[in-house]
Design a protein around this ligand. Structure first.
Ligand SMILES: [Zn+2]
Length: 389
């Protein structure tokens, strides 16, 4: 899996995620590190909250909290803080302070974003993860050197002599992964015109070239997985109910069931993400000069019950995210149409408007030139001529 973004230094860097294959001993260390990171994060948040409440609403800088934690390490009660690399605690404090600062800027009025107060990381709901110092991390043939954990085997090689940014280790419910940012050179592609993409019509994705992509959720594999998930969730609900009535008090099997449910969720989201990778790569192999996608008011649509389930299954956010960063990497112009643009109402051939179209209709029929075409295809063809003015 590769993710790319413009790094803080302004260079183009690409994020790479590799799977780790730790031994049992290393596995214990990984959990220990992630646990420490979570604890320090929560500790920082609670310190900031206390300070805000009882100390004239000020903001504690991360140096102050770090010094405090260094002192705590000397106490026998907190001996376990020094069992893992000190950079883990350092970064956890920084992460928490950054999150808190964002909220703080909203409170004191210097930012007009809507940010909620940072929440505590719960054991059940947050992804176990921690940081490794970017200068101390080392690679050799299919292994990675992590601080105080040692050489951990991985599934692929990473470049030995490249500079890496922000290495993070995380657990997705089944495996441990390492994600690092690597510097890459800009790739230039030969170019061929503009490509219009219509989202969420009769098909999830329709291109102006006429290509259609069907929904991944209608494949047999996905249907089977969804069924299995529904069954397990029902079992889970029943067991919880029985626990409440004191008919069945058994925590171990309940926990096993929860893990099984989690793994199916993981599988489903991996399949969806993979499918969008396939779709975006197929689109970008056409090497367009510019990509224009139709506007999709996901925020508003998700509020309506009839769309909610379908849209959350399709994961259009993920598609847009992938298209966006891949276009950035390949230097392709990426535009999203303004919400007011009537691109679905215009005939692409004679440019006359037709406002009497049915929302549910599949076909676009032009009253002026008798043009009959798939509605989504018509929209995507209109998108080619879209310009921001
Ligand atoms: Zn027409």
């Amino acid at each position: 899996m590769k993710r790319s973004l413009i790094s803080r230094e302004g260079k183009n860097d690409s994020r790479k995620k590799i799977r780790l294959c730790p031994t049992n001993e290393q596995l214990m260390k990984l959990w220990q590190s992630a646990g420490t990171a979570r604890w320090v994060y929560n500790y920082t948040i609670s310190m900031q909250r206390m300070n805000y409440r009882f100390n004239n609403g000020g903001f504690l800088s991360d140096q102050v909290i770090r010094k405090h934690i260094t002192k705590m390490k000397k106490r026998p009660k907190y001996y376990w803080l020094s069992l893992v690399s000190n950079n883990i605690a350092k970064q956890a404090v920084k992460d928490a302070c950054d999150a808190y600062k964002k909220w703080f800027h909203v409170i004191d009025g210097s930012s007009n974003l809507y940010v909620e107060i940072p929440k505590y990381k719960t054991k059940k709901k947050t992804t176990p993860s921690f940081y490794n110092d970017s200068t101390r991390i080392k690679f050799k043939d299919k292994s990675v050197l992590l601080e105080k954990i040692g050489w951990v085997k991985s599934n692929v090689n990473l470049p030995v002599n490249k500079k890496v940014y922000n290495p993070r280790i995380s657990f997705d419910g089944k495996y441990w992964y390492l994600a690092v940012g690597l510097e890459v050179d800009q790739i230039t592609y030969p170019i061929s015109g503009t490509l219009g993409i219509c989202l969420d019509g009769t098909y999830p994705v329709v291109l102006s070239t006429g290509e259609k992509f069907t929904s991944i959720n209608q494949t047999d594999t996905m249907r089977k997985l969804e069924k299995k998930l529904a069954r397990l969730k029902q079992q889970h609900r029943r067991k919880i109910r029985m626990n409440e009535d004191k008919l069945f008090v058994e925590k171990k099997n309940l926990h096993k069931l929860e893990i099984r449910i989690q793994l199916i969720y993981r599988k489903i989201s991996n399949i969806r993400e993979n499918y969008w990778h396939y779709v975006t790569m197929t689109i970008l192999r056409k090497r367009p000069e510019k990509i224009v996608i139709s506007y999709l008011p996901l925020h508003e649509l998700m509020k309506k019950q009839e769309h909610q389930k379908r849209l959350s299954k399709e994961c259009y956010y993920e598609l847009k995210r992938q298209l966006h960063y891949k276009c950035e990497e390949l230097n392709i112009d990426f535009t999203e149409v303004a919400p007011t643009d009537p691109c679905s109402k215009i005939c692409y051939r004679c440019k006359s408007m037709n406002f009497n179209l049915l929302e549910s209709g599949v076909v676009y029929q032009c009253l002026e030139c008798n043009n009959t075409i798939l509605k989504d295809r018509n929209t995507s063809l209109n998108l080619i001529d879209y310009s921001i003015n």
